[in-house]
Design a protein. Structure first.
Length: 559
């Protein structure tokens, strides 16, 4: 029986058949870009692979990448694979302590230093004797550069092979609940998953429609790694654009005019708030309700976002309010929610044109099996299932059932048509002093749907009732010191509290809404690199203030 194609096999095919096809477009500053064809991409990867082999690392050695998204991240990963090694990607926003942990835990033999904003702070986390290579867009450094190595090194010849069970990469979780875990993925499983992702995308947008995508979510995270990088490596005909900076994001998006666009809930909310800053929600709602004119207005809004050519838009990584999905669909954007994890290489559930509903995360992708345990936990068996957690066989054993299903830690329900609905995290359930359990995620979704709210957290462990903390949206925060604005905020959030409490059980009702006094960011540790809230970190920061809050009267409090 012929061996199934693996990722490198696809790459060699593209090198031979699509040598002149532009694969990646990289901004280099000042509005300038560089296009890399498949021929150029593979030539550079072959030269770097030859250099890596010349260093004499053992087969299977871990090679780390610390970089924001860029074309050379893709090239480096291909080079690592061709040279016989395993990739370890580190989130570009991580602290020096976490950088040090990942490099030490993985046993990395070399580090690629790429496009970074805080390398001065991160560098202290890199062991002094660890070899390093700098990408062309890396900060100014004395580290030997990629281009110099490529220029002097002949390309690796032939078609080096990897076996299905060889480890392709370690993906370190972003650590929302503690120290990052190293999730091991093999070539066989990532290849099969990315084949399925390609088929899923092509079935939705049409096989003849060019796949154009903007790569900007962290490549160290499984969502971007599978649905953008991995998908493009299997497809061959996808054109990947990169974002330059946060300030140029709209220009980068308009350059790409993506036909496929994936994002996370917080960014979908920020895009919406940006629209509302230009047009009040009530006015936009009225215009969208007018036949014919509504379609024109929706199209204009999407063009302003750079998404007017998007045939498929996806949200993942965290729950998204159902109302937000409905709002984008009114604009004419086919926004769908999916569900997957690092441990299944982002290959689990997705909505279809025929079976979808706001608030649900889709049906199983081909080859995926799912069931709900007696405790209400979602159990998944996916073609992309991890090999295990590196150096943690105990944790691997705890996470996999006897018949091979992964324990996701998420609670959920399945409809008769197969649609899956996430109802919260098993470990996020908390008990009030009344002895009742509260699931925060569904309540947070209701709060996050309000245009004034960017993010929320529901808590109240051991308290008489639950409470909510909210972060006001970015446009509103600077104005919150004005008396008139504060009054309006208090009125709106008081009404929101009343509305939410009418929709939940008595024991889940919120006593109050507290408005955060500082942004929740990656930098201050309140968000993970994928912009999920670090629940325990935020709860710990406000713990001392709880008695004062619960003693106050009123529905809305300012910190």
């Amino acid at each position: 029986m012929a061996q199934k194609k693996l990722m490198l096999d696809y790459l060699y095919d593209h090198e031979a058949k699509l040598a002149d096809h532009v694969y990646m477009t990289q901004p280099i500053g000042g509005g300038q870009v560089i296009d890399y064809t498949w021929g150029q991409t593979m030539d550079q990867a072959r030269r770097m692979a030859a250099h890596l082999q010349s260093r004499g690392f053992e087969p299977g050695s871990r090679i780390a990448i610390l970089s924001k998204n860029c074309a050379h991240f893709f090239m480096a990963e291909i080079a690592i694979w061709m040279a016989g090694y395993t990739t370890v990607a580190i989130f570009p926003t991580e602290t020096s302590e976490t950088v040090n942990f990942v490099l030490d835990h993985s046993g990395a033999s070399l580090l690629f230093v790429g496009k970074l904003d805080t390398w001065d702070q991160q560098e202290s986390g890199v062991p002094a004797g660890l070899p390093r290579i700098a990408f062309p867009l890396a900060p100014k450094t004395k580290i030997e550069g990629w281009d110099a190595i490529i220029e002097r090194t002949p390309p690796l010849k032939g078609h080096p092979k990897r076996q299905p069970d060889d480890l392709a990469m370690f993906i370190y979780t972003s650590g929302s609940t503690g120290q990052p875990k190293g999730v091991m993925h093999s070539f066989g499983r990532i290849s099969e998953s990315c084949e399925g992702i390609c088929k899923d995308i092509e079935s939705r947008i049409g096989a003849n429609v060019e796949i154009r995508a903007l790569s900007y979510l962290p490549l160290a995270h499984v969502f971007e790694r599978a649905w953008v990088e991995g998908m493009s490596m299997v497809s061959g005909k996808a054109h990947i654009f990169f974002a330059e900076t946060l300030d140029t994001f709209v220009k980068d998006l308009n350059r790409a005019r993506p036909t496929v666009f994936i994002s996370v809930p917080r960014l979908w909310l920020k895009f919406q708030h940006g629209v509302f800053a230009k047009m009040p929600p009530k006015k936009l709602d009225r215009l969208l309700s007018i036949p014919i004119l509504g379609r024109i207005v929706g199209r204009k809004v999407l063009k302003g976002l750079g998404l007017d050519e998007a045939r498929l838009a996806g949200s993942g990584s965290a729950p998204i309010p159902a109302e937000l999905i409905s709002w984008y669909r009114r604009l004419g954007l086919n926004l769908i929610e999916g569900y997957a994890m690092t441990e299944d290489f982002a290959y689990s559930h997705n909505s279809t044109d025929q079976i979808n509903a706001p608030g649900c995360v889709g049906v199983p992708l081909p080859g995926v099996q799912v069931r709900i345990s007696e405790e209400g936990e979602i159990l998944i068996k996916s073609p992309g299932q991890m090999v295990g957690y590196y150096k943690r066989p105990d944790l691997t054993a705890e996470s996999i059932t006897e018949d091979g299903f992964f324990r996701t830690g998420d609670r959920g329900e399945r409809r008769a048509d197969g649609l899956l609905k996430i109802t919260g995290r098993v470990k996020e359930l908390f008990k009030t002093s009344k002895g009742k359990y509260v699931a925060p995620a569904p309540i947070e979704n209701m709060l996050n749907a309000h245009p004034m709210v960017e993010l929320s957290l529901v808590s109240g462990v051991g308290q008489p009732s639950a409470y909510a903390m909210v972060l006001l949206n970015e446009e509103l925060r600077p104005k919150a010191k004005e008396v008139a604005v504060r009054t309006q905020v208090e009125q709106e959030l008081s009404q929101l509290l009343k509305s939410v409490n009418q929709k939940v059980a008595d024991y889940e009702s919120l006593k109050m809404i507290v408005i955060a006094d500082e942004p929740w960011t990656i930098e201050n540790g309140f968000l993970t690199p994928t912009m999920k809230i670090r629940r325990a970190r935020i709860e710990s920061a406000v713990e001392a203030k709880l008695p004062e809050w619960y003693a106050k009267k009123g529905a809305v409090h300012w910190m």
